[in-house]
Design a protein around this ligand. Structure first.
Ligand code: HEC
Length: 259
């Protein structure tokens, strides 16, 4: 069986480029998660785990998204009196009859960004639109969860097949190779499974499992990439240097013998 070190240089170059790109992709995924999931919750004064719990399970005690936003990241977009008016309206059940009283507040403060047809943020230009964020928040919908889950499972299992196949050619002890190719698959199941458990079972416990699963997956992937790159480039380079050194060391002795 050939090993990473013995591969022709073109294969090593190909495998290394792939591994580096996957590593960068993983860092991008982390920063995306930070910006979309963690940072908005930090602005509401919540930590990582509470943020994950809100994301999948919904806000605690039937809190609404609009209230969380107005007390958190959107707080500086509105005056205190207007905020109190909006929140009173929301707490009174966000009724259609009283909507005209708060409509101008949304018009002046919010719809410059939350305009009709806005894509990545909720539009707030009509009663129907506002009503959606003024209901008790139940977290990611089951449709979205099923969508993200299957895309992740299909996509990530193929990525781990490729990185794992490359890593399996390393000369690390066999138990390390076997564990490091299996761990990413276990942790992705653990991670995605706990999105569902966070939503439906125990948000307090399973949000920790989401974080632990994600962290183990990242570590296993990083180990695969770094060990493979090391064996393909650094190790042969070190060997070449030491061979060169021993030759350089033996040369003067040989000359001395001849003299
Ligand atoms: C300058 C542009 C801007 C203005 C003005 C603005 N928002 Fe936002 N709003 C955003 C952006 C960008 C996001 C998404 C990023 C985030 O959650 O921090 C957002 C997110 C939200 C969310 C969703 C939070 C979530 O977790 O999905 C709500 C609800 C919201 N805003 C309500 C309001 C209300 C109410 C007003 C008016 C008082 C308002 N916003 C004014 C830009 C704006």
């Amino acid at each position: 069986m050939f090993t990473l070190r013995s591969l022709p240089i073109a294969f090593r170059a190909l495998f290394s480029s792939f591994l580096i790109l996957i590593g960068v992709g993983y860092l991008m995924a982390l920063s995306f998660m930070y910006l979309v999931v963690i940072k908005p919750h930090q602005q509401m004064g919540e930590g990582l785990v509470a943020g994950i719990s809100d994301q999948y399970h919904g806000l605690p005690k039937g809190k609404t998204l609009i209230e969380a936003a107005l007390m958190g990241p959107m707080a500086d977009k509105i005056s205190v009196t207007d905020r109190t008016r909006v929140l009173t309206w929301v707490h009174d059940g966000a009724k259609a009859e009283t909507y005209p009283q708060v409509k101008p507040i949304f018009a002046t403060n919010c719809i410059s960004c939350h305009m009709e047809g806005a894509q990545s943020i909720p539009p707030l230009a009509s009663f129907e639109a506002v009503q959606k964020v003024a209901k008790a928040d139940t977290g990611t919908s089951i449709t979205d969860l099923a969508k993200v889950s299957h895309i992740h499972l299909f996509g990530i299992s193929i990525i781990f097949l490729l990185t794992g196949a490359i890593f399996a050619l390393s000369t690390a002890p066999v138990w390390i190779r076997v564990s490091l190719v299996v761990i990413p698959y276990l942790t992705i199941l653990m991670d995605i499974g706990s999105w569902w458990f966070t939503k439906y079972l125990d948000p307090a416990f399973f949000s920790y499992v989401v974080v632990a699963g994600g962290a183990c997956m990242g570590l296993a992937l990083a180990a695969q990439i770094l060990i493979a790159l090391w064996e393909m480039w650094i190790e042969p380079l070190e060997k070449a240097i030491s061979v060169y050194r021993t030759r350089a060391d033996t040369r003067p002795t040989a000359t001395m013998h001849r003299v």
